[in-house]
Design a protein around this ligand. Sequence first.
Ligand code: HEC
Ligand code: HEC
Length: 514
Amino acid sequence: MNYSAIRNLAICVWSVLAFVLTTVAANSEPGNVEQGEAVYIKRCLQCHGDEGDGLGPAAEFLNPPPRDFTLGLFKFKTTAFDEDLPNDEDLLRMIRDGMPGTAMPGWSDMLSEQDMIDVVAYIKTFAELEGEPESQLDYGTQVKTSDESIAAGKILFEEGDRCTECHGVEGKGNAIKKLKNDNGERTWPRNLTKPWTFRAGNDPKKIFARVSTGIPTTQMPSFSDPKSSKKLSIEERWHVANYVASLAKVENVVNPENFVIQADRLESGLPTSPDDKAWKDAPSSTFIMVPQIVGKQRFFLTANDTISARALYDDKKIAIYLEWDDRTKSIPGDAKAASIADENLSEDAVAIQFPLTIPEGMEKPYFLMGDSTNPVSLWRWSSGTSEQPETGTIIDAKGIGDQQPRDDSGDLSIASSYLNGTWRVVMTRLLTTETPENDLQFEEGRFVPVAFFAWDGSNSEAGTAHAMTTWYWLQLKPAADSKPLIYAIIAALLVGAMLFWWARGAQSRNKVNA
Ligand code: HEC
Ligand code: HEC
């Protein structure tokens, strides 16, 4: 191809490109307020309200509540911290992707880009937001993540209680004090180890923006505000952002494909304390918990969202280890707990639900505490009060309205520990009991349905107000299982080795023969 042919081709490509670009530009006109209103009425009104004041019919069930657009204040923006106006792109991003951990859904599957641009133009009219933002967030030069940067970020995070004041030493958002938003509603600092709950993304650039602008209308402050005694330079904010990104949990993360807790068999000596090192080697399964909204006294605003379970057994007993992040250690009667809690402080609690018999097929009792023909039993641990130690109780249940705690919980034993926003509880019971008509009898190899319930006593959770999982499975893995596998591997290795020596031998035999 000669020079002019290349030039003609380039002109040709350029004209096509220019055509495409102009059509795209023509398609994404600035938002059309009228069309935006139509989108709003159809999709946004039920939460944000017809006046844009956040008081739609669904709002009373939601925490955090839907944004009141009449205030013109947005939480997640990339304009400078003292600039009230967000960029249109900031609002578009929240509408497109939604806000994890809140009821605000992402709309990219349902609305076209132009619909979203139109609705942005419309929601800005509620507070008569006009004109362009004047000052943008200064990102400076990004400091790439590294061990050094993360270490520097950790120091800044803790120095003078800068972030730990609200987010706790390990960043789990365990409450040290009561926080409220500008509306007087209770808010919680984010659990920074659960990046999937970040409203506006958890890559260092997004975290940098949060640390720089703060989260308007909440107590999360701006650390670029020159008036702040705890302010950070651009470089320091990058270190903090890299540190926060490094806190993301890698263990105890929900894997939607995992339905089975595998209990390993130990020869003897089950760990009874949650601190025992033996738990480290037991496989962990993490499940989502949702609010109990089926039975009477529905409760929408539960605080605990996931629970992790491990199990071990020996020839006599089974021990189940539960771990969940709970921002508050709820001990009624304790002054510190009371200062953080909502009005009705009760004990933290957790329960493991089993059917009374191992089902033959996939049939399981009703997931919410069984029913009259398929009762369940619950092993329940409660954190205790300032006067009474923790307790373990077995509850026989035939539905949420029919729960009978036993006076005698047999050999059920419990142990717990609370540290930096995490409860860890171990419950142990005999595999088989003397009252098989009342208790599940565990059997090696069989799959047993299991479900979990949790109460955060500082969040007014008691009785039927709690978080819960659906049914999962627990399997007591037969110890014999692993032996044939090991023998199979050894046999394969032996065969491989023999073939190798035989081949070497054959080679040298051939050499001798040659
Ligand atoms: C099911 C309820 C629900 C619906 C439907 C809903 N939202 Fe929201 N929206 C929320 C909640 C809750 C929040 C507040 C989240 C928070 O404060 O962290 C919110 C926040 C927002 C924000 C604020 C973002 C910020 O940075 O402060 C915008 C913008 C928004 N919604 C736009 C929309 C638009 C546009 C629609 C319709 C296409 C819509 N929402 C539909 C519940 C909803
Ligand atoms: C005075 C209390 C307070 C302090 C100090 C504080 N935060 Fe926060 N932080 C909050 C609250 C409250 C929220 C949740 C706001 C909401 O409701 O959306 C939050 C949310 C966050 C989020 C979540 C962003 C998202 O997209 O969801 C990050 C990240 C964060 N803080 C990091 C930090 C870092 C890093 C520091 C220290 C440099 C810090 N915070 C200091 C109270 C605080």
